[in-house]
Design a protein. Structure first.
Lengths: 284, 393
């Protein structure tokens, strides 16, 4: 079982090693990085490359660790008891399996994605320590121990909204997805849009990295935004020239809606464009 | 065999434990690193580093400990620059006169030595720079006029693109040091201040009420729901800003960013040195956009909890007398305003970033300590904890 990237995902060497280490040593892999650099997609791609099923657990602010294990639906049981349903005699009928349970008992070794773990309450990671370490837990209602026959490949993503506790970090491997440089970005774009004109791509990347350089942006555009934007450029059939024009009116790139995601950033950009224009007028 | 590496990491304050070290050994044992130094670097980084802020430290230690490890690639460069290739090239490019000049310099051997030396120097100087050592134009031979277009040493012949080792690039440098550092502990301390109340849509099962009404319903199930619990604490933070507070700006930022994500009802204002009749929210517009303290007392109901953050270090006049402010003419003394705040709000504490043992040497701190009826706490985790306890009373 070795991950070497797929035809739709460009994995750098360090990412490859980190993933393979997590697979070989059966530890969870914690992945951090700017939003839109392919953290969640990685889990899908690993699953695809290994031919393993994927189980996704998306974390919200209200998610409790227990929900990943199982939930006991006491209310339906009470209701059924009044209707005289036979099912009521077996408490197991009212235990709903969580994502971890699913992962532990899956017939094939699955990839278990715990997405955006930093969204949950601050104690959430601590509540999962033992479960992720030993890959087993105890169901009080039925008094059984659920133990993973084969440890799932656990991938955890985080956007750094909260810090994770040390004890939790100790149990994980860690990889920080760095923002891809121009070379890798070109490879990534190639994978997604193989028939994009070379010069359009070059101009688009110029504009894109220029925007990322602008100081004070609230949200820098990232890989996923670039891919969206390129798709739009292709649909609209933009010419490379229209991107290159250093004409001051054009300082805001065409179809910028795909790159700049909030109005403050668009305003900032317009202001910069305005200032650049004024400068141009006063220099000659 | 990597104990040394492990110890150095600990020394450099990268938090690694034995558990991780053993995991690394296990990884080596299972052949994840594949006997390549680069892979070993990636593997050990994935296992030992748990936070992108530590990546730079890790790279430095790795570079130090395993210096010279990759001899065939790193140092070999100078040796691997094919001498005869250079010689050929030189012969092609040189005029007879120049060749003679070289002879005068001490011949090829001498020249090659100079080249090697230069290259080594350059490698050291350029650590972390571009991939190619001694590319092009800066060729050590420039002075001798070998090379009008710049001989590209290394690029064609030397196919190791790794002249500079990956870890020497130290690409993670600018991620070090962010405001969020350590906020987790602050958040935990702030959690003491949670007060839950039920509000909004009814989404949770209310067990006691359900049992009660089911019993009343002659045993037929009657489900009762309640709203979710939410943190209801309202907090008003007043920051002293500028002047002597500049030294404490980081800890204040940490506190602020922790508090921000922890409380839903959080308001904040700035003041300078002591609280007077005006506050502001934006330091750039502090003289234009102000908020009167009297209005503050009326706007925020008394169930708000007040948190002063300031070093309280100033001249006692600034607190005790009208007109004592260093910045403007204040009609009423700071003392009067602080008294008003503490009269209006039952829960109030003062957090002071100055270490507690120095408090007794500054009269103004003692004055404010009295004014806040001994509710001044040091801005440390312990102090924060006691302050939160105080606010919860």
């Amino acid at each position: 079982m070795k991950f070497t990237g797929t035809d739709s995902y460009v994995a750098s060497d360090d990412l490859r090693v980190a993933v393979n280490a997590a697979i070989a040593l059966q530890r969870p892999l914690l992945i951090k990085g700017e939003p839109g650099t392919g953290k969640t997609v990685l889990a899908h791609e690993v699953a695809k490359a290994l031919g393993a099923p994927i189980i996704e657990w998306h974390i919200k602010s209200t998610t409790k660790a227990q929900q990943g294990l199982y939930e006991y639906d006491a209310v339906s049981r009470l209701r059924d008891s009044q209707l005289g349903d036979e099912r009521v005699k077996d408490i197991g009928n009212y235990i709903k399996k969580g994502k971890l349970w699913e992962g532990f008992t899956s017939a094939e070794r699955p990839v278990l994605l715990i997405d955006e773990i930093d969204k949950a309450d601050i104690e959430f990671p601590n509540d999962l320590l033992l479960e992720l370490d030993r890959m087993e837990f105890y169901v009080y209602e039925t008094q059984q121990v659920i133990k993973a026959e084969q440890r799932p490949i656990v991938m955890i993503t985080s956007n750094n909204e909260k810090e994770l506790p040390d004890a939790f970090l100790r149990r994980c491997f860690f990889h920080y997805i760095r923002f891809p440089d121009r070379e890798i970005m070109t490879q990534i774009v190639d994978v997604h849009f193989p028939d994009l004109q070379k010069n359009l791509l070059r101009e688009a990347l110029n504009v894109f990295y220029d925007i990322r350089e602008v100081p004070g942006l609230k949200k820098k555009p990232s890989t996923s935004e670039l891919l969206d934007w390129l798709k739009l450029l292709m649909v609209e059939d933009m010419s490379p020239e229209s991107l290159r024009s250093k004409d001051s009116k054009q300082l805001i790139p065409p179809l910028h809606g795909a790159l700049l995601k909030n109005e403050q950033d668009v305003h900032l950009f317009e202001r910069l464009a305005f200032m650049a224009r004024r400068e141009q007028r006063s220099t000659p | 065999m990597f104990v040394n590496f492990f110890l150095e990491l600990r020394q450099a304050k990268v938090p690694v434990s034995i558990k991780e070290y053993l995991a690394l050994m296990e990884g080596m044992d299972k052949g994840v690193a594949d006997f390549s130094v680069d892979d070993f670097y990636y593997l050990s980084r994935a296992i030992l580093v748990k936070d992108e802020r530590n990546l730079d430290k890790f790279d430095k230690v790795f570079g130090n400990v395993f210096k010279g490890l990759e001899a065939p690639v790193g140092e070999g460069i100078a040796a691997e620059i094919p001498e005869e290739w250079l010689r050929k090239l030189a012969e092609k490019l040189l005029t007879e006169e120049e060749k003679k000049q070289i002879e005068a310099m001490g011949g090829w051997e001498k020249l090659m030595e100079t080249l090697k030396k230069r290259l080594e120097e350059q490698q050291k100087r350029h650590q972390g720079g571009s991939k190619w050592i001694g590319t092009a134009g800066t060729s050590p031979f420039g002075a001798f006029g070998f090379n009008p277009e710049g001989v590209r040493i290394g690029q064609d012949k030397n196919r190791e693109g790794r002249a500079v080792k990956v870890w020497d690039k130290r690409e993670y440098k600018n991620l070090d040091d962010t405001v969020e550092i350590g906020t987790r502990n602050i958040k935990i301390a702030l959690r003491r201040l949670r007060k839950f109340a039920r509000e909004g849509a009814e989404v949770e099962l209310d067990m006691p009420d359900t049992i009660r009404s089911t019993a009343r319903n002659a045993g037929y199930l009657d489900i009762k729901m309640v709203a979710e619990r939410r943190n209801k604490v309202k907090l008003l933070i007043l920051f002293d800003i500028g002047g002597s507070m500049d030294a404490h700006i980081r800890v204040c930022e940490e506190l602020f960013s922790a508090a921000r994500s922890e409380f839903k009802h959080l308001e904040f204002f700035y003041f300078h040195n002591c609280l007077y009749e005006k506050l502001w929210k934006d330091n750039r517009r502090r003289h234009v956009d102000t908020f009167s303290t009297a209005q503050l007392l009326h706007t925020y109901p008394p169930d708000y909890k007040i948190l002063f953050v300031g070093d309280a270090s100033m001249s006692p006049y600034e607190i005790a007398y009208p007109g004592g402010s260093v910045e403007h003419w204040n009609e009423e003394s700071g003392q009067a305003w602080i008294q008003r705040v503490s009269d209006t709000y039952r829960s109030m504490v003062w957090l002071n970033p100055v270490p507690e043992r120095h408090w007794s040497y500054t009269p103004s701190i003692q004055l404010l300590q009295q004014l806040s009826s001994n509710r001044m706490f040091p801005l440390t985790l312990g102090g924060l904890d006691s302050a939160m306890k105080e606010l919860n009373k």
